[in-house]
Design a protein around this ligand. Sequence first.
Ligand SMILES: Cc1cc2nc3c(=O)[nH]c(=O)nc-3n(C[C@H](O)[C@H](O)[C@H](O)COP(=O)(O)OP(=O)(O)OC[C@H]3O[C@@H](n4cnc5c(N)ncnc54)[C@H](O)[C@@H]3O)c2cc1C
Length: 468
Amino acid sequence: MADDMVDVAIIGAGIAGLTAAWRLRHDDIVVLEADHRVGGRIRSERRGPYWLNWGGHVYDGGTASATQRLLRDTGFESRPVPGNLAGLSMNDKLLLSGRVETFPFRIPMSWRDRASLIRAGAKVRLAVARYARLSKRRAGEDEATRQQRVYDFMNDRSFADFIGQLPEDAEALFKPTVTRSSAEMHQISAGAGVGYFNLVWNIGAGLSHSIVGGPSTLTEGIADALGARVHLGAQVEEVIHKKDSVLVRYRQNGTEREVQARCVVLATTASVSHRVAVDLNDDVRQALARVEYGPFVSAAFLTNETDRQPWDDTYAVATPKRSFNVVLNMSNNVHGYTPERQPGSSFMAFSPAGLARELLEQDDDTILRTYIEDLDAVLPGVASHLVEAEVARWHEASPYCFPGRAKLQPILTRRAGRVMLAGDYLGTQYTESAVHTGFTAAEAAAQVLATERHKRPSAARPPKSTAS
Ligand SMILES: Cc1cc2nc3c(=O)[nH]c(=O)nc-3n(C[C@H](O)[C@H](O)[C@H](O)COP(=O)(O)OP(=O)(O)OC[C@H]3O[C@@H](n4cnc5c(N)ncnc54)[C@H](O)[C@@H]3O)c2cc1C
């Protein structure tokens, strides 16, 4: 039986699972992915010089980040998103430049709303400065300690409790930033809401790079390098510890199959991991069941205009009071790096939390009609140049940190047995957390393999060097 055993079975070919598989590529591994494509919540498709995008779009550019380590190792490239990352369209005014602090003075609204917005903005700014300080890695500290401190920050109340009651326009301006986390203001913890403002206001401190050629260039590139070891349409149903191994039961093309592995990297969302890993410790299973995700609806658009557009130099435009709450000019990643304006553009729009819940009730054509009307209101004239548009639905789009989430972290990250968890729900930085936990899980598996190789009979070990 031992001869049929693989070293590591990696479950889920999202960025977390693919990172683990890449790290373990010199071992005997198998990657089981339920879908018929790799990438999970990363999905882009190339169109000429541009790409359509439906999932994760900006990535950690910090040289010490796990994402940059993965990009360096695999030979793919990211570069800073050029231009303005924080435009705003509200109350029939489009702001494509200037600092966010000036927005309350430039958007038409009542003086009552403006005063309330300025007060609330000052409160958030102070909290963002604290968050920015405490989220930095301290000398000699490991990532787990830093991550726990971030979870602990203002984790005793919701962002709505922290910010208090706001008049309509003031709330409308805050909402798109906080809900981009996938949670409503009353669901997300105060600290995580502040963290989201840190992400958007302190560009460069967080997710500010795009992957050249589109994000799927990375996930599909890793899968290509792994070749036949990646099995698509392989839906894992059960993961069970045996004496010195783990049994993985899965269904592929209607047939029940199983594989025995020395270790498993379980890189699915928390809800799937809770369902399939039936014999994890009770407290871990309970913690997995308590992880919260919110939904997104997103859509990608391709246009064919030939002239320069006023928004060519802007990447993100927040869109309060619309069916989506942000429009992303994906083609800015190309326009900003080429001397001559090439024809066409690519945009992505998305609706998180409550906006997504309403849209998920509707069919794709209805969603597109609503989106196109709003897109044209935000970026006038775009609708007349549309050549392609497609919707994506994400029921578990993003995990969010709710009041009390911090207490789950030591349970979820405690290592026990041969099943190592990975995925974005184990951290607060989305793809960066997914990649980081993918590496960590793979390294834990590599340690188990190394220890056991050492214990196994000499025939199974690499020959000893005779030099000494
Ligand atoms: C619209 C949108 C925009 C986003 N924007 C950003 C952004 O700009 N920056 C950022 O950092 N993050 C962003 N995110 C979040 C980011 O995409 C995720 O954090 C990240 O992709 C999660 O990776 P993962 O590997 O942990 O999980 P996933 O990508 O969900 O991978 C899990 C994989 O497991 C597979 N699977 C599920 N069940 C089974 C089973 N039973 N057997 C086998 N396989 C199974 C799934 O099919 C999937 O491929 C965005 C997400 C969305 C939806």
